[in-house]
Ligand binder design. Sequence first.
Ligand code: DWN
Length: 388
Amino acid sequence: MKKEFLNLGKQPIANGFLFKDQIKEEYFYNLKVAFDNETKLVTQTEYVDPPLMFNDEYAYRGSMSKTMRDHFQNLHSSLIDYGKEILEIGSNDGVFIKHWDKEKAIAVEPCGNFAKETLKMGYTTYCEFWSTKLAEQILVFDGKRDIIFSANCICHIPDLDDAFKAVELLLKDDGVFIFEDPSLAEMINNNSYDQIYDEHPHIFSVIALDNLLQRNGLQIVKVENLSVHGGSNRIYAKKIGAKVDKSVEDNKSYERILGLDDFYTFKRFAVRVQQSKDSLIRLLTNCKKEGKKVISYGATSKSTTIFNYCNIGPDLISYITDTTPEKQGKLSPGMHIPILPPEQGFNETVNFAYLGAWNFLDEIKEKEILWVLNGGKFITHVPSVKFV
Ligand code: DWN
């Protein structure tokens, strides 16, 4: 049974970057987060219909950071021993699958603008949402898989039972299901409530995932804790009966210590979220009073949650810079802050830059070292509101 613990208010489509003439038909929904006492899953009370988020104009391009390009290149090298017949759920612009043999790798990507890119690269690409129906079709045409992989996509799927049933159906008996998504433990530790938005109906704990996998014929056999995307877990799952690595129980014990299986942990988290909101508004308001120019660095889904929950608009953030061509020249979802290319918007006139892409702090600070040496300062809310 789901019990609500956090209300992040009226929110737009997190990646719904738009032009001025589209504002009148902009879609909003109420973003409320709950704890399911049976599965221990942290999940939204209602799910936004996937085609509203994932369509032929999807704006998030996975290869837009060196961090993630390197991450997926290294991952390929570590997975090749598991086999060659791989299927990727949510292949985006091919940033991961491009390292695999075109004859043996299959891409599943519902966003047509990106499905076209992997097709053009020569990969069999199913431009559909992951489901048991699609898995049955792939079983007939392509056969079972050694590896089913997914990065930052499984937590996007509302019906996890169907998604895991589909994996179990298409996985060879000794096959492995490997997926990585933001870690609930890291969200609680870092107060990074902006991991919650329409595309993330769930934020996963290892405890909850194992409960859900096991009721669909799979079980977690290994967990790797990653630093990417603000702290993620890479889950290795196999068909029930496989040998289980120590890392699984280690992660579950740590999550029990954090209280991730207890509703009241999340009630306390909700209080910290409100405090974070008050601190961020106070800091940005003071910057404005002092006549400072503040922008946001990275037009992220995460910052959509922040700006709409905290009601932060162009009065406090002059504009947002972002390297993604599909976002430039548009307005941010909900609060309609203009988005500029960095070469146009990031310069010595900027005093402070809020880190919409705080998960890339190291890469960004390295890239903008001259601006920092000239007195520029970044602002973050993770794990607390401060200059970094
Ligand atoms: O789960 C998801 C994650 C993986 O990506 C998706 N549902 C949606 C998306 O979330 P996000 O938008 O919060 O992701 P990022 O990766 O934090 O977005 C970074 C943004 O910042 C990109 O639009 C690229 C931009 N960027 C930039 O402008 N300059 C990134 C870097 C590193 C930079 O130097």
